[in-house]
Design a protein around this ligand. Sequence first.
Ligand code: ADP
Ligand code: ADP
Length: 232
Amino acid sequence: PSAVVARNVSKIYGSGDAEVPALREVDVAFARGAFTAIMGPSGSGKSTLMHCLAGLDTVTSGSVTLGDSEITSLGDRALTLLRRERVGFVFQSFNLLPTLTAEQNILLPLRLAGRDPDRSWFDHVVGIVGLADRLGHLPSQLSGGQQQRVACARALVSRPDVIFADEPTGNLDSRSGAEVLAFLRTSVRELGQTIVMVTHDPVAASYADRVIFLRDGRFVAEHRDPTPESVL
Ligand code: ADP
Ligand code: ADP
């Protein structure tokens, strides 16, 4: 079963002479419980595809199905709800609130959604991510790698159907990046989390189960069980 499916998705920015085709008839499915990386040169459509899959951007034609919802037919309000309840995000910039502690940041999406945190699940996620002794710290008191692990825990704690990660290691040194990727990997293996990650880094992509390649807005190739060398 697929967590997310894009069928014949095209995306054109602008109009008339200023038209920019960003995605061209992309057909791709992302399996539940799998960790997939999206690679390709700058401008090949990686971010656009991720934004269309996550309901952050609309498609020009084609359809996107997330779980059992065809999100391309949803209105803004339903889409906002779906993103809040069923999707987790991890960005290059960690996007933590500076005045909240690590724990408060992790719990914020649940609080905003008016849901009660499941304490044992919270403890489990925090344990896996290795932040148990940092929960009272502010983001400014944490390293970049720790801040990104807080952001990953925040994405995981509401048990989303899919986590979308956009260059999650882009602002990290290789050691901190490896910690974040190891955590994402563990969340796939131990928690069955589905992850879709955009990256241009072959080492980051090698943590995934599968890598898909875009070029000029087209899905041109894929690779199972990648190594850093095989996706160069
Ligand atoms: P990547 O993430 O692979 O670098 P993008 O998805 O950001 O690629 O961009 C794909 C193409 O769409 C590029 O030609 C880019 O310039 C264009 N593009 C992206 N966002 C916009 C936008 N908001 N308006 C116009 N063109 C855009
Ligand atoms: P950058 O690559 O410029 O550092 P990010 O990786 O933080 O940017 O974000 C990538 C894209 O996601 C940007 O187009 C940004 O507008 C969008 N974005 C960032 N944070 C959020 C958010 N909290 N909710 C929705 N979209 C976001």
